[in-house]
Design a protein around this ligand. Structure first.
Ligand code: ATP
Ligand code: MG
Length: 215
């Protein structure tokens, strides 16, 4: 049996065309069913639904053989023991710094002020500001980062942006792009040894599907 860890929402939705191209139909819609383990058209492949930030843990510890996780999650998480063979080029977005429109970020950076930054991505934010030599107080949040500058909790946020409409709706502006993000296929290294043939075949099929989607 091969177990693939996916998170509900955009990762699941964007993974479906790739799975289909690899000849795998997922048998249930996770938005309608409450099942956490879903069968597929292949008797030897199943999908487990986990929280996006739990995908690396499942795959590292062997709770799943493979998984799909955002680069944001992988970089923020310790990815020891994870084989990362493929950029799936799905769930694309960017990690950015945003502030209220009336906060002069460039001036704060220039003057060497301490900037209060709220984020779920404390590791990535710490690395980014340290590389720039900007002093920050990081405030760890688990959701709705946009609220922090509006309530005075923080001067800035570090968060994922795709269209920018969430920022816009909350009167925030993107002042710096940190990195481009997309979802990656991750594989448990022991599983790759023990189930080499079927896992290699899946990685190849995904690779071909990604190439076909790109062209
Ligand atoms: P949870 O909703 O369980 O708290 P989450 O917010 O990380 O976790 P999703 O919103 O489904 O879960 O995001 C999963 C992945 O999709 C992220 O890790 C990221 O790689 C990507 N993603 C997140 N936000 C966006 C976005 N606005 N546009 C495109 N991709 C995104
Ligand atoms: Mg979310």
């Amino acid at each position: 049996m091969i177990t693939l860890a996916l998170s509900k929402g955009r990762i699941f939705d964007d993974s479906m065309p790739l799975l289909r191209a690899a000849g795998i139909e997922v048998l249930e819609d996770p938005e309608k069913s409450r099942k956490l383990i879903i069968g597929t058209s292949r008797a030897d492949v199943r999908v487990v639904l986990v929280r996006a930030s739990d995908v690396p843990t499942y795959v590292q510890q062997g709770g799943a053989d493979l998984g799909v996780a955002g680069l944001d999650v992988l970089l923020e998480h310790d990815s020891h023991g994870l084989y990362r063979p493929l950029d799936l080029k799905i769930a694309r977005c960017r990690l950015s710094v945003a502030t209220r429109a009336d906060f002069d970020y460039a001036a704060a950076v220039r003057q060497g002020s301490r900037i209060r930054v709220a984020t779920k991505y404390t590791q990535l934010a710490r690395d980014h500001f340290a590389a720039k030599g900007v002093h920050v107080d990081l405030i760890k949040l688990y959701g709705s980062m946009e609220l922090a500058p509006l309530t005075g909790l923080a001067d800035a946020i570090v968060d994922l942006v795709s269209t920018g409409s969430t920022l816009k709706a909350n009167h925030l502006v993107e002042v710096e792009q940190i990195m481009d993000i997309s979802a990656r296929l991750v594989v448990n290294q022991a599983a790759l040894k023990l189930k080499r043939e079927p896992i290699r075949a899946l990685i190849d099929a995904f690779g071909q599907a990604v190439a076909a989607q790109a062209s």
